[in-house]
Write a protein that binds this ligand. Structure first.
Ligand SMILES: Nc1ncnc2c1ncn2[C@@H]1O[C@H](COP(=O)(O)OP(=O)(O)O)[C@@H](O)[C@H]1O
Ligand SMILES: Cc1ncc(COP(=O)(O)OP(=O)(O)O)c(N)n1
Length: 273
């Protein structure tokens, strides 16, 4: 059984963060381990409180898992502070691992899940060792300092991120105003680029989409899929999870992690970036 890890915050409401990651890992039949960076008191209506873990305790959790398991791939989600980012980066920089960095910054309700002063550590410590970075448009704008309105803006921002040492950037288009398609643009450091589109679902139940997408990518990388295959299959996983909602909670409900096993046949459309 392939072992993967998530380093992220806990969402008491179960739709995002560690909980979304572990559910995704379970559905994709990899063994999930977890390192908790912060606890959030959260539900589908928003984040009510945040209680961060100490960097030392983050380090202790990582050591405990790494001393016992052969972790093939890991993802990072909510990292909260520059001290936690530095401690995570120091620990994994020498390891042979596939690293998916989901640069979680702001939750849907507006709560800040990454302190502003931590953006520098994210850029200088974590990006250089990342296999894949999965920013949404607002996150890519913070990382690059660029404004992104057009496909050409997306390409320029991706190029500037690749220069920081990341092997692949997946610019998520969930926030773009397109009624028909949810399109993500993928750029690899070897010069390959493509867009992947799926039918945009008109729904408010999109809590945890980013976490689920990056967790699925991590699971597929852990299982040995190539980078491109892992990205495409993760897109399929998140599409099905959005398309078959569970209708839970009173706000932005969670996605459905069971859907991939029940409705496997979704074709993601691929085109030139
Ligand atoms: N309404 C939607 N219909 C279909 N796919 C969506 C929808 N919203 C987001 N996605 C997809 O979900 C994934 C996560 O994207 P996004 O919601 O932008 O991330 P985040 O949660 O980090 O803001 C991407 O593949 C995106 O294209
Ligand atoms: C603990 C925790 N981690 C991450 C998020 C953000 O998740 P995301 O997938 O980006 O979904 P939304 O916040 O946009 O619903 C979170 N909310 N909590």
């Amino acid at each position: 059984m392939d072992v993967v890890m998530t380093i992220a915050g806990s969402d008491s409401g179960g739709g995002a963060g560690i909980q979304a990651d572990i559910k995704t890992f379970q559905e994709l039949k990899v063994f999930g381990t977890s390192v908790i960076t912060a606890l959030t008191a959260q539900n589908t209506l928003g984040v009510e409180a945040i209680f961060p873990t100490t960097p030392d305790f983050v380090s202790q959790q990582m050591t405990a898992v790494f001393n016992d398991f052969d972790v093939k791939a890991l993802k990072t989600g909510m990292l909260f502070s520059d001290e936690i980012i530095e401690c995570v980066a120091d620990k994994i920089q020498e390891m042979e691992l596939q690293i998916v960095v989901d640069p979680v910054m702001i939750a849907k309700g507006g709560a800040s899940l990454l302190q502003q002063e931590a953006v520098y550590a994210l850029k200088t410590k974590l990006l250089p060792i990342a296999t894949v970075l999965t920013p949404n448009i607002p996150e890519a704008e913070v990382i690059t300092g660029m404004t992104m309105n057009t496909q050409s803006d997306i390409q320029h921002a991706a190029e500037s991120i690749l220069e920081k040492g990341v092997q692949c950037v997946v610019m998520k288009g969930g926030h773009l105003e397109d009624d028909e398609f949810a399109t993500d643009s993928v750029f690899l450091s070897n010069g390959t680029s493509f867009k992947m589109s799926s039918k945009r679902i008109a729904t408010k139940h999109t809590h945890g989409t980013g976490c689920t997408f990056s967790a699925a990518m991590t699971a597929f990388l852990g299982k040995g899929l190539s980078l491109q295959e892992a990205i495409l299959e993760a897109k399929k996983f998140v599409q099905l999870a959005i398309e078959h909602p569970l209708n839970l909670g009173h706000g932005h409900g969670p996605t459905n992690h069971f859907a991939y096993q029940n409705h496997r046949n979704y074709e993601v459309m691929i085109s030139e970036a």
